[in-house]
Ligand binder design. Structure first.
Ligand SMILES: NC(=O)c1ccc[n+]([C@@H]2O[C@H](COP(=O)([O-])OP(=O)(O)OC[C@H]3O[C@@H](n4cnc5c(N)ncnc54)[C@H](OP(=O)(O)O)[C@@H]3O)[C@@H](O)[C@H]2O)c1
Length: 331
């Protein structure tokens, strides 16, 4: 059986460490569909997994990579045939099932999404879990009656992968987007994505009252912790928050007052476990009304061998936008 390259994460002396290894298909977790990988991507969760900064891996060793796009190499499920272009994001990929950082990926057929018409194998990894999460968050906010006329929408951790894509999508939909960032050097980048206003993290006065001046109709939060607490205290009447991230902390200290006096809604967003019918609906939107017109501005290609260099930079919050990992099909 042919060998191929994979970036596998091990546990060594109680710590996670990744390295390139040679595997065969027999080494991979079981599944009905084998995909020849074209691209994967780097999400915050991938960085937590590869560095051990977060305990997200549930099974060692595990090939990393929560996202993959490629071409079906074999399938024992009638829904897929050799040559089909497909993608997978989330489920147990890269944390409890061998993931996308490999020339071949083997997954259950129930996880596989056909490449949406109008998107390329590159596009769907420029989006990846990040773009899916941005779109799912916007979808949930809209289901909770958010509309462009309601007021301003704030996006936190604005230069990050999910947030950059969310800004592109919201701006295209006609929302007045306020970008909250820790990177003063990236204000022009955020404006170019469509943000109408930029807030510097260091300039935000969070206050201490249970409710502060009402500022936002909607919020998409990458950060958690004090930032999310501040959002709950500054939402307008009937404002809606999509909470998907914890880049700044996992705790949430607030009071019930914004919820019972302003009708604020706090919506949790979990992309990994999204059921297939909604998953397909969101990918359909990503290929149509939510398709970002300027994906190239957000996504940068990383050759497979340079993947390990990305993790420390992402952990330190030094990157902007998305990294797409190019994994050339094995010859
Ligand atoms: N729930 C889900 O299904 C789901 C899916 C995808 C991602 N996530 C989570 O969403 C978050 C963002 O993911 P991502 O892939 O977009 O990561 P990312 O590209 O690393 O973006 C995170 C951004 O957060 C800001 N940030 C970093 N450290 C911070 C700190 N200590 N305090 C405040 N802000 C900080 C930075 O933006 P600025 O410098 O511009 O402020 C950074 O670029 C992560 O917590 C990730 O785990 C959740």
């Amino acid at each position: 059986m042919k060998n191929f390259s994979a970036y596998q994460i091990f546990e060594q002396d109680g710590k996670s460490a990744g390295r390139f290894v040679n595997l065969t298909l027999d080494d991979l977790d079981p599944g009905e569909v084998v995909i020849q990988t074209h691209y994967s991507s780097v999400n915050y969760k991938d960085t937590l997994a590869a560095t051990g900064a977060g305990k997200v891996i549930r099974r060692f060793p595990c090939v990393g990579g929560i996202d993959v796009s490629g071409v079906v190499a074999s399938s024992s499920d009638t829904r897929f045939k050799v040559g089909d272009e497909v993608l997978v994001t989330g489920y147990d990929m890269g944390v409890a099932h061998d993931g996308g950082y490999a020339e071949y990926v083997r997954v259950p057929a129930g996880w596989v999404v056909p490449l949406p018409q109008g998107l390329t194998l590159f596009d769907v990894m420029a989006l990846g879990t990040a773009g899916f999460t941005a779109a799912l968050s916007i979808h949930r906010l809209e289901q909770n009656d958010l509309r462009p006329g309601n007021g301003k929408v704030i996006v936190t951790g604005a230069t990050g992968g999910v947030a950059s894509l969310a800004i592109l999508m919201l701006a295209q939909l006609g929302y007045h987007v306020v970008a909250l960032t820790g990177k003063d050097s990236e204000h022009d980048y955020l404006k170019s994505l469509g943000a109408s206003e930029i807030l510097s993290r260091k300039d935000v006065q969070m206050g201490t009252r249970p409710m502060e001046k009402a500022l936002w109709a909607g919020a998409l939060d990458s950060v958690g912790g004090d930032t999310l607490a501040w959002l709950t205290r500054t939402m307008q009447q009937n404002g809606v928050i999509a909470s998907f991230g914890n880049a700044g902390g996992v705790e949430l200290h607030t009071t019930v007052l914004p919820f019972i006096l302003r009708g604020v809604r706090l919506i949790g967003v979990d992309s990994a476990a999204t059921a297939m019918p909604l998953r397909l609906q969101i990918w359909q939107r990503l290929a149509t009304d939510l398709r970002p017109g300027q994906l190239a501005k957000v996504a940068q290609i990383v050759p497979f061998l340079e993947l390990p260099q990305v993790f420390p930079l992402m952990l330190q919050g030094k990157l902007r936008g998305r990294r797409v990992v190019e994994i050339k099909p094995a010859g």
